[in-house]
Design a protein around this ligand. Sequence first.
Ligand code: GAL
Ligand code: CA
Length: 345
Amino acid sequence: MRAAKMIRAAAITALGLSFLWGCGEKETQDPEKISVGVTSYNQSDTFLGELLGAFKEDLEELERGDLSITVTIRDAAGSQRTQDDQVRELIGAGCDVLCVNLVDRADPSEIIDLARDNEIPIIFFNREPVAEDLMQWDKLYYVGADARQSGIMQGELAAAAIQADSQIDRNKDGKIQYVVLEGEPGHQDAIIRTEDAVETLRDSGVKLEKLSYGIANWNRGQAQNRMEQMINQYQNQIELVLANNDDMALGALDAYEKSNITETSLPLVFGIDGTAAGLEAVEQSRLAGTVYNDKEGQAEAMAKLAVAVVTGEGLEELDIQEERYIRLPYAKVTRENVHEFSCNQ
Ligand code: GAL
Ligand code: CA
């Protein structure tokens, strides 16, 4: 009896000791905690919503026994002032790395100053700061894609479709009457996509006649609106719609659905992004094609880079160009290969 008690007491002491010892050791074995602060230009943007969804999942996957990651996401709702305040707040709350989707890509100075003063690296994404700004400090990065490539690919898709089907030139005048739906003025993906798509079509030998254009800020509702105005003006003369992104291409389709234009007089409509709704519309042949903006690749690069800049490990595994840039390639999507992309979702 006595012996048993003694053994129990010894066991408890041992437990206590190992507990204490465990606690002491915890100091050094504590998982490294990384706090990632994100601010995006506008939460209602479809492509960015999907990109950030993938980003959160990637960060979770990067967690290990010795590494825990938390992420805080803020919506700047279209105001650079708000975004500057959010960065200040995120830094104040102790974040280790910032991911910034600038509202005004020409105005990152306040954010850069704040981050540099506090030694917090910044990964800009999707809205590209000008090179001079990115060169201000060696802890600034950009993750995105090459706008020119997306424009060229959209032009190639349109040229191939037009050359494969003589019915696209409905009025048989040897020219393709087209309109453009443009993203935000001043965004690297708006002007460049339009210019390169049109130039690629011309270079492929397609004769073009531009009827009109509408600025719709990446937004489906605004695009529907602009398209309704263009349909009112040009009725069934429009043979091709080039939209700078899928949401605006879908807005154009919405406008046609509400119009009195018959199915045989519908134009070819092309988007860019390959959002879930965009891919579905390609699958249903409502969109003639889109260009995949690799959100999974961009999200993964951002997540790995965020961890690497904080831990100092793994930077060399990333394909960083000019010490600052990671750009993921675009890909053409048509009815034929759309399934390869939809199964990613
Ligand atoms: C583009 C994308 C658009 C929109 C925009 C926001 O790359 O194609 O759909 O998300 O970024 O900056
Ligand atoms: Ca024509």
